[in-house]
Design a protein around this ligand. Structure first.
Ligand code: GLA
Length: 392
């Protein structure tokens, strides 16, 4: 993350330059998933943590008779979103329009508003910048409507925006951790019951997020493919979802289900690893947690096939760098970030080693963040609230 003013301050500054003083700022974090990948839409377990990077939206109602206008710092400069015109799925404003539409349908009166958006969440890096935008905008509109929804309801609305408006059949993990994140904790999510169980990181270790600086291109269809393969496996096994299947069940799948068997083996193993990882956190067993993360990567690479050469390379480099206890790709896959568990005392050495080794080929540079867990989305109504959080 840059060392300059944080996203909330920048959003306020853009708002001021454009229209004057905003009424409030809503903010929501991106996430890094420690373990439990491609399990959420299989009603399984995931254990993400909120990042200390937010998307912030500075807001005020639009004056009577004027339309909704949104300015964004990032996506193509400080421009007004084509709020009333047709949008393509790739347009960032589709997430905001989707929120607006679904909230209106839910009976929330959405009067025209003005917003300036800034983000510290790297976009397209598998750190859930879309979820952060959806959650921050939902919180903003609910605040304007003087309505409170539970964090789970806010997350479900964001998930529906992805599923119904953007067209990505994603699970609940990203939006849920963006609303319920707990400072200094990862959160074990039971994606069936939506029961949440925050767990502190074991003493003496930190989480390193490592950006390969590769970005996804046209792979949303791969995500949908993985999901339908899991659904086919569950149907062939006669269970509601792979959450209800065991590794022993997989022998029942005939050879025509070879692909589905591998996809299911990942999901079933990953659910077990995630529950074990949560216990390792409670027991303060950082070594086991790291091993489970590494096993998760191998399974995502070999059975689920959602890694990429750059992600595998980054994970390899992490393993060969000082203080690494385990590493894996994080998020949907194919590009973006990997995550490692690193001994705190060697974190600085680790970062230098990863950056040097990854950059050695001259092809791309790595970005490494040593992250403590941030907190879930919120509305900041006073200047005091909006002060930048101290450096973590
Ligand atoms: C994306 C989706 C999530 C989840 C992950 C993979 O981030 O949005 O719902 O499925 O991929 O774990």
């Amino acid at each position: 993350m840059n060392q300059g003013p944080r996203s909330a301050e920048r959003a306020v500054a853009i708002f001021r330059n454009t229209w004057g003083e905003p009424d409030f700022v809503s903010r929501a974090p991106g996430r890094v998933n420690l373990i439990g990948e491609h399990t959420d839409y299989n009603q399984g377990f995931a254990m993400p943590m909120a990042l200390p990077f937010d998307t912030s939206v500075a807001v005020a109602p639009a004056p009577r008779g004027t339309p909704t206008e949104i300015v964004s710092e990032n996506f193509g400069g400080a421009v007004l979103a084509p709020y009333e015109s047709d949008l393509e799925p790739g347009d960032w404003a589709i997430h905001i329009r989707g929120v607006h539409k679904l909230l209106s349908e839910a009976g929330i009166i959405v009067d025209p508003w003005r917003a300036a958006i800034a983000t510290d969440v790297p976009v397209g890096a598998s750190l859930s910048s879309s979820a952060a935008l959806e959650v921050a905008c939902t919180l903003a509109i609910l605040h304007m409507a003087a309505t409170r929804w539970s964090p789970v309801a806010v997350a479900q609305l964001g998930q529906r925006v992805e599923n119904e408006i953007v067209g990505l059949p994603s699970g609940i993990m990203d939006q849920l951790i963006s609303t319920v994140g707990v400072r200094d904790h990862a959160v074990l999510i039971d994606c069936r019951s939506l029961e949440l169980s925050p767990r502190p990181l074991p003493a003496g270790v930190v989480v390193a997020v490592m950006d390969t600086n590769t970005r996804r291109e046209l792979v949303d269809s791969e995500y949908a493919d993985r999901r339908t393969a899991c659904e086919r496996a569950a149907a062939a096994l006669g269970v509601e979802s792979l959450r209800d299947a065991t590794l022993d069940d997989l022998v029942r799948l005939g050879s025509e289900f070879d692909l589905e068997r591998r996809r299911a083996r990942h999901v079933i193993g990953e659910n077990r690893r995630t529950v074990e990882a949560a216990k390792a956190m409670t027991d303060g067993n950082a070594v086991l947690l790291g091993e489970l993360m590494t096993q998760s990567h191998n399974s995502l690479r070999d059975d689920f096939e959602v890694s990429s050469p750059a992600l595998d390379h980054m994970v390899d480099i992490a393993h060969n760098s000082p203080g690494c206890l385990g590493a894996r790709m994080t998020g949907g896959g194919f590009a973006g970030c990997a995550v490692a568990l690193v001994e705190s005392e060697r974190a600085a050495e680790f970062s230098v080693s990863v950056t040097d080794r990854y950059g050695a080929s001259g092809e791309r540079t790595a970005t490494v963040w040593i992250c403590e867990a941030g907190s879930g989305g919120s509305v900041l109504t006073t200047t005091q609230d909006r002060r930048p959080t101290p450096d973590r």
